[in-house]
Ligand binder design. Structure first.
Ligand code: ATP
Ligand code: MG
Ligand code: MG
Ligand code: MG
Length: 566
C-alpha cells in the first residue's frame, strides 16, 4: 500500500475524550472514528486489524469443528417472548417496530434465533453434536459506552452455539472451545487468563471467561498464588486491591465541588428510598415517575445512618467497602438520577455490575425494580453461595493465597444446560426413539474488543506495537528524500515490489514528508518492521532496519533483506 493512495488519518494530539490508551491510540493511528455514542466507523488501518483477528477466530473455530452460518441482526420479538427475555433482558436490548407495528430487537446475542433454527433443522440424535457459529455485528444499548470499541454499543462478536444429546458430548465440545480460545489468544501473543465465571441467572452449570490482562481492565480476577485456580470476581467475590480503593480523604475532597448534593437533597428531589438487603444497600426511586436506581452499594451500612447523612458520610465508609468500583459520574444514561450531575467518584459494588445495568433499566416503562425480590434476583455470587475472600486469604481451591489482577473480558464460554431448549421446545429423538431436550452451550469472542485489548497490552509512548499476527502491515518502507533522489526511489520501488510478490503486507511511505513525520507515523501505527532507504545506506550497500518492539537498529545488506524479513 502506498501512503499517497491510502487513508492514513494519523493525529499527533491525544484526543481529550479518550480515557484509555487503546482508545487514544486507535484514534491517533486513524483506526476508528466515532459517529455517535458507542458507534464507530472502522477506517482502513483499523479494519485491516479487525479482519486479521476475525480470520484467526474463524480458523480456530473451523479447526474445532464449528460450522459457520449467518443469522439476521434484526430478530423478531416473538422468539424473545418464548424465552421470556423480551421482559427480562432490560434496556440493553434495543427494541423497535417495523412499518406493520411488529416488534423487533437488534440482536445483542443469538440464543433464541439459533435455537429456533436448530429445533426446525435437527430432529435426530444422529445429527448431533452440532456447533454453529457466526461472526457478526451485535448491538447492546450499553448504559455507559466507553473506552472506544472496548465497550461500544455496536461491536463485532463471534458467537457459537453447540447442541448435544448428553453431558459427555457437551463437556467434550466445551473443552474443544476452551482449547480454541486458548489458541486464538496465543496466536495473537496476548497475555491472558481463562477464569471461572459466575453462571448467574441463566442457571447454567459451567462457565469460563477469557481475560486479556491489563491494568485498565474493567474486571477483577482472583487467582491462587499456587495453583491454576482463577475466577472472575463475581465468582470468587474477591475485593478490590487496597491501593485501588478510594481513600476517604480523597472522596471528601472531591465532594467539596459545588455540584455535590446531599443524600437528603437527592431523597427529596427524586423521592428516593434507601433499602438494605443482606449485604447490599440499594438506593432506589420510590416514585414510579422518576428514573430509579442510582447506586448499588455493597457493605454493611445501616439504613438510617445513610438516609439522614450527607453524601460524604455515605461515601467515606464506602471507601473501605470490600468490593468497589469507582465510577466518575452518575447522571448520564438511562436509570441514573436524571439530570443530577454529581461530578464525583461514586463507588459501586463491582460484583453487582450486571445487576446495576439491569436495575438501571427500571424506569416508568419497565418496572423490574418495583417489588423486586433482591435476595432472589441477586446473582448467586451475591448470596450465600460464594465465600468472601480478601487478598492474601486462602484460595477457595485449597492451595495458595488469593491475589488479584485486572483483566479485559474478551471471551466467554458457557454451558447453558436445557434452559433455552426447554422454553423453546427444542427436542430430538434419541437412539430409542424417545424425545429428549437438547443440551446447549454458547461461546462468545469480542472480536472488536480484542483489537483494543491487544493495544492495551502492546504499546509504548510512541504508539502501538502490533503482535505479528494482527499487524495491519508487516513492513514499512521509509524512503528518505525519494522525491529528490532517483537512487532512493528506484530502490524503494524495487523493495516494495519484491515484498509484495512475497505476499508480505507493506506500507510504502511515498509522501513528500519530512523523515521525522514519516517515522512518527510508522511508530504510531505499530508496524513491526521498518526499512529506511537513504542515499547513505545505498552507498554502503545496506538497508537500515528498525524493529518496532525492541527498537533495535541493524544494517542489512540488500541481498539479505527478503530473507531477513520472512
Ligand atoms: P461485559 O461483561 O464486558 O459487559 P458481557 O459479559 O456482557 O461483557 P458476553 O455476553 O459474555 O459479554 O459476550 C461475549 C463477548 O462479547 C464478551 O466476552 C466481550 O468480549 C464481547 N462484548 C460484550 N459486550 C461488548 C461491548 N459492549 N463492546 C465490545 N465487546 C463486547
Ligand atoms: Mg455486558
Ligand atoms: Mg461479563
Ligand atoms: Mg460475559
Amino acid at each position: 500500500m502506498r501512503v499517497s493512495k491510502y487513508l492514513l488519518s494519523t493525529q499527533k494530539e491525544i484526543p481529550a475524550d479518550a480515557e484509555v490508551i487503546s482508545h487514544q491510540l486507535m484514534l491517533r493511528a486513524g483506526m476508528v472514528r466515532r459517529n455517535a455514542s458507542g458507534l464507530y466507523s472502522w477506517l482502513p488501518t483499523g479494519l485491516k486489524v479487525l479482519r486479521k483477528v476475525e480470520a484467526i477466530v474463524r480458523e480456530e473455530m473451523n479447526k474445532a469443528g464449528a460450522i459457520e452460518i449467518s443469522m439476521p441482526m434484526v430478530q423478531p420479538a416473538d422468539l424473545w417472548n418464548e424465552t421470556g427475555r423480551w421482559e427480562k433482558f432490560g434496556p440493553e436490548l434495543l427494541r423497535f417496530q417495523d412499518r406493520h407495528n411488529r416488534d423487533f430487537v437488534l440482536g445483542p446475542t443469538h440464543e433464541e434465533v439459533i435455537t429456533d433454527i436448530v429445533r426446525k433443522e435437527v430432529n435426530s440424535y444422529k445429527q448431533l453434536p452440532l456447533t454453529l457459529y457466526q461472526i457478526q455485528t451485535k448491538f447492546r444499548d450499553e448504559v455507559r459506552p466507553r473506552f472506544g470499541v472496548m465497550r461500544s454499543r455496536e461491536f463485532l462478536m463471534k458467537d457459537a452455539y453447540s447442541f448435544h444429546l448428553d453431558q459427555d458430548s457437551m463437556d467434550e465440545t466445551y473443552q474443544s472451545m476452551f482449547t480454541a480460545y486458548t489458541n486464538i489468544l496465543s496466536r495473537m501473543d496476548l497475555s491472558f487468563r481463562p477464569v471461572l465465571a459466575d453462571t448467574g441467572s441463566i442457571g447454567g452449570s459451567l462457565s469460563h471467561e477469557f481475560h486479556v490482562l491489563a491494568n485498565s481492565g474493567e474486571d477483577l480476577i482472583a487467582y491462587s498464588t499456587e495453583s491454576d485456580y482463577a475466577a472472575n470476581i463475581e465468582k470468587a467475590q474477591a475485593p478490590m486491591p487496597t491501593e485501588e480503593r478510594q481513600s476517604p480523604t480523597a472522596a471528601l475532597t472531591e465532594l467539596d465541588t459545588p455540584n455535590a448534593k446531599t443524600i437528603a437533597e437527592l431523597v427529596s428531589e427524586h423521592n428516593i428510598a434507601i433499602e438494605k438487603t443482606v449485604k447490599t444497600i440499594i438506593v432506589k426511586g420510590a416514585n414510579e415517575a422518576e428514573p430509579l436506581v442510582a447506586l448499588l452499594i455493597r457493605g454493611d451500612h445501616e439504613l438510617n445512618e445513610v438516609k439522614a447523612e450527607k453524601l460524604e458520610a455515605v461515601l467515606a465508609p464506602l471507601a473501605f467497602a470490600e468490593e468497589a468500583e469507582i465510577r466518575t459520574t452518575i447522571g448520564a444514561g438511562p436509570g441514573s438520577l436524571g439530570p443530577v450531575q454529581l461530578n464525583m467518584p461514586i463507588v459501586i459494588d463491582h460484583s453487582v455490575n450486571i445487576l446495576s445495568d439491569f436495575a438501571a433499566g427500571a424506569n416508568k416503562d419497565d418496572k423490574h425494580l418495583i417489588g423486586i425480590n433482591w435476595e432472589r434476583d441477586l446473582p448467586q455470587a451475591q448470596t450465600a453461595d460464594l465465600r468472601n475472600i480478601i487478598e492474601g486469604e486462602a484460595s477457595p481451591c485449597g492451595q495458595g493465597n488469593i491475589a488479584l489482577l485486572r483483566g479485559i473480558e474478551v471471551g466467554h464460554i458457557f454451558q447453558l444446560g436445557t434452559h433455552y431448549s426447554e422454553s423453546m421446545h427444542a427436542n430430538v429423538l434419541d437412539e430409542n426413539g424417545k424425545s429428549k431436550l437438547l443440551l446447549m452451550g454458547c461461546y462468545g469472542v469480542g472480536v472488536s474488543r480484542i483489537v483494543a485489548a491487544a493495544i492495551e497490552q502492546n504499546h509504548d509512548d510512541r504508539g502501538i506495537i502490533w503482535p505479528a499476527a494482527i499487524a495491519p502491515f508487516t513492513v514499512g518502507i521509509l524512503p528518505m528524500n525519494m522525491h529528490k533522489s532517483h537512487r532512493v526511489k528506484d530502490m524503494a520501488e524495487k523493495l516494495y515490489q519484491d515484498l509484495n510478490e512475497l505476499g508480505i503486507e507493506v506500507l510504502f511511505d511515498d509522501r513528500k514528508e519530512r523523515p521525522g513525520v514519516m517515522f512518527a507515523d510508522m511508530e504510531l501505527l505499530g508496524i513491526p518492521h521498518v526499512i529506511v532507504i537513504g542515499d547513505r545506506n545505498i552507498d554502503n550497500g545496506v538497508f537500515e532496519y528498525k524493529n518496532r518492539r525492541t527498537g533495535e537498529k541493524q544494517d542489512i545488506p540488500f541481498e539479505q533483506i527478503l530473507e531477513f524479513i520472512q
